[in-house]
Design a protein around this ligand. Sequence first.
Ligand code: HEM
Length: 186
Amino acid sequence: MQAPVTQRYSLLMIVIHWLMAGVIISAAISAFVIDEMPNAAAKAMMTNLHFVFGSLVLALVVVRVLLRLASTIPALPADTHPHVVKAAMVGHWGLYALMIGVPLVGLVTAFYRGRGIDFGLFQIASPFEANRPTSKFFKEIHELIAYGFFAAIGGHALFALWHHVILKDGLLDRMRPAAHAKQQGE
Ligand code: HEM
């Protein structure tokens, strides 16, 4: 039996989408301002904040992937070319892979640096022995894929805006909380 086609993403998927967008932006901003910090203590505080935001991305993406696998995803408009449908699917799973890969490699980088993470209420110690060259190696990979991630997010946002502004096909509404509330009320 074919799965029923729903018009919009579920409210939970919408909430986790925008929550993760905010946490990813916070992880990016905290990474870029580490070097701008005035002293070692402020640098260490900002680095830890980056670890906290990044770990939150990793925790949320696990929930999101499980939710995504268990959800019925709204189909693209019926006249969408099959190649475009395939490209959108590859693009979305590519984003999921980066949402997992970027923070995971960041975690390995921090742990090989001998750094744990202070979440305020509890701490996670590094399970590895500090190893600078290995940490440096993973840092290069982390930064490289993080830039790829930002490019992919930029492309994703541009496609969404193209649908909204140029095609005006209501695609963005499928991921808008206000649109969801309106539909529920109809
Ligand atoms: C989606 C999540 C994440 C994003 C988007 C991200 C992004 C970045 C970026 C862009 C940089 C380079 C900043 C620059 O060019 O100066 C960086 C550095 C770094 N990140 Fe992440 N990161 C994430 C998660 C994590 C996590 C979970 C950890 C570890 C718990 C981590 C550990 C590090 C470390 C150790 C550095 C090097 C910082 C330094 O040079 O002192 N990242 N990250």
